[in-house]
Design a binder for this molecule. Structure first.
Ligand code: EPU
Length: 419
């Protein structure tokens, strides 16, 4: 297994290119199941989760080849199943459910089971598809879905769910008649999926708002599409730049996807400006404490909570961070405390008392974004101390070559093999 080893005390400087968005790539690959033929996705990030989604489709008979340019040929789909061994390693595999039911009238998808950051059920996905006429049975840990032709329906989600909105939107694209999805997720990745479905021939309006209307069509056609930049990767590098007192140009990212995070960076005292082709972020002087509440988009993203906690720990004073999306997403706290932070958790609220002088040690990554937070803390650790982040398989699910990108910006970071 690999670990990431970081020597503290570096200031980041230079330019970094942001990769394609993981959470857009995954639904797009699943959406190829709505078509019959050769889809081409460009700017695909080279990540473990993308490989997992490719394997889910391969298991169904799709031909998937390439890395950054991914070709997904759905001409010979012969198995309508997503097996437990793949779904348990990546919950987003459940994104094949909507397309399979809509296109083939059947699906067998393993229930994902628990997850490190929360229970994360899929009841809303099922509720939406049921309203469109799908029938479900749970058999030995699998959801078995069946339907004749899906019909358009009015679906109001009980809570905002990103992949739930995506699953229902994909199914509605091939349903008979009109669907209205209310309390829909407004994430840029939902908009990106709608853009691609519309390129395939769907008729979707309102994606990016909380009400999406979908006029079902009989058939969808393969597409070629270049994926938007990863706003969470961008946010992670922004925090690293600001926290280290560095100056970094993030190339390719879209400021309009990063509103809440940019606002918090400015509040903390970092410099932020739109630059040709991206965003420039720099750190200067003392940082101010932050109050952060995670919310569905356009609120502050849960996927940046851990990274911003490291920034908050540097500030002189007390920051308050409230996690409202997932019930167990503070597992980085004990690890950050082992690096000398002073953070306490009461239910869904973390109190971060700064300023912290991080000190390097051995820490365990517990999930994808927690891994990124530990790496940033490692960059900040006092000169002469070393941080070893273990269990980096979490990191490899969602950050493309982060150690290479950080090294190019001046970090002293390397990947090592551990026995
Ligand atoms: N929820 C339910 N029932 C459902 C669906 C969701 O109770 O049927 C709950 C969840 O348990 C959670 C909340 O609703 O408490 C929101 O979950 P959501 O469904 O929005 O999360 P997701 O679609 O499973 C996506 C991202 C996550 C990101 C969340 C929130 C993908 C592939 N994953 O997950 O990304 O944290 O939205 O923004 O898009 C990551 O990239 O590190 C990551 C975890």
């Amino acid at each position: 297994m690999d670990a990431i080893v970081i020597k503290g005390g570096a200031r980041l400087g230079g330019a970094v290119t942001i990769s394609g968005a993981k959470n857009a790539a995954l639904p797009l690959i699943a959406s190829a199941l709505l078509t019959v033929g050769k889809n081409t996705f460009k700017n695909v990030p080279d990540l473990r989760d993308v490989q997992t989604m490719a394997n889910v489709l391969r298991g169904m008979g799709a031909e998937v080849s390439g890395k950054r340019v991914l070709r997904v040929d759905t001409s010979r789909i012969n198995t309508l199943e997503a097996p437990y061994d793949l779904v348990r390693t990546m919950r987003a595999s459940v994104l094949v459910l909507g397309p399979l039911v809509a296109r083939y009238g059947r699906a067998r998808v393993s229930l994902p089971g628990g997850c490190a950051i929360g229970a994360r059920p899929i009841d809303q996905h099922l509720k939406g598809l049921e309203k469109m006429g799908a029938a479900f049975e749970i058999d030995r840990g699998y959801v078995e879905a069946r339907c004749e032709k899906l019909r358009g329906a009015e679906i109001t989600f009980d809570m905002v769910t990103v992949t739930g909105t995506m699953n229902v939107m994909m199914a509605a694209a091939l349903a008979k008649g009109r669907s209205l999805i209310e309390n829909a997720a407004r994430e840029p990745e939902v908009e990106e999926l709608a853009r691609v479905l519309n390129k395939m021939g769907a008729q979707i309006h309102g994606a990016g708002t909380s009400v999406i209307s979908v006029e079902g069509v009989d058939e969808l056609y393969p597409v070629e599409h270049a994926i938007i930049a990863d706003r969470i990767e961008a946010g992670t590098f922004m925090v690293a730049a600001a926290a280290t007192g560095g100056d970094v140009l993030l190339e390719g990212c879209l400021p309009e996807h990063l509103g809440a995070a940019l606002e918090k960076l400015r509040e903390a005292g970092a410099g932020v400006e739109a630059a040709p082709g991206g965003i420039r972020v720099w750190g200067h002087g003392t940082l101010s404490p932050l109050e952060i509440v995670t919310q569905p988009h356009p609120g502050f993203p849960t996927d940046m909570q851990a990274q911003f906690m490291v920034l908050a720990a540097l500030a002189d004073g007390q920051s308050v961070i409230k996690e409202t999306i997932f019930e167990n997403r503070f597992m980085h706290v004990p690890e950050l405390n082992r690096m000398n932070a002073n953070i306490s958790v009461d239910g869904r609220t973390a109190l971060v008392r700064g300023p912290t002088e991080f000190s390097g040690t051995i820490v365990m990554a517990s999930d994808l974004r927690a891994s990124a937070a530990l790496i940033i803390a490692g960059l900040l650790a006092k000169e002469g101390t070393t941080t070893r982040v273990r269990r980096v398989y979490h990191l490899d699910r969602g950050y493309e070559r982060i150690e290479r990108k950080l090294r190019k910006l001046g970090a002293r970071i390397r990947r090592v093999k551990e026995s």
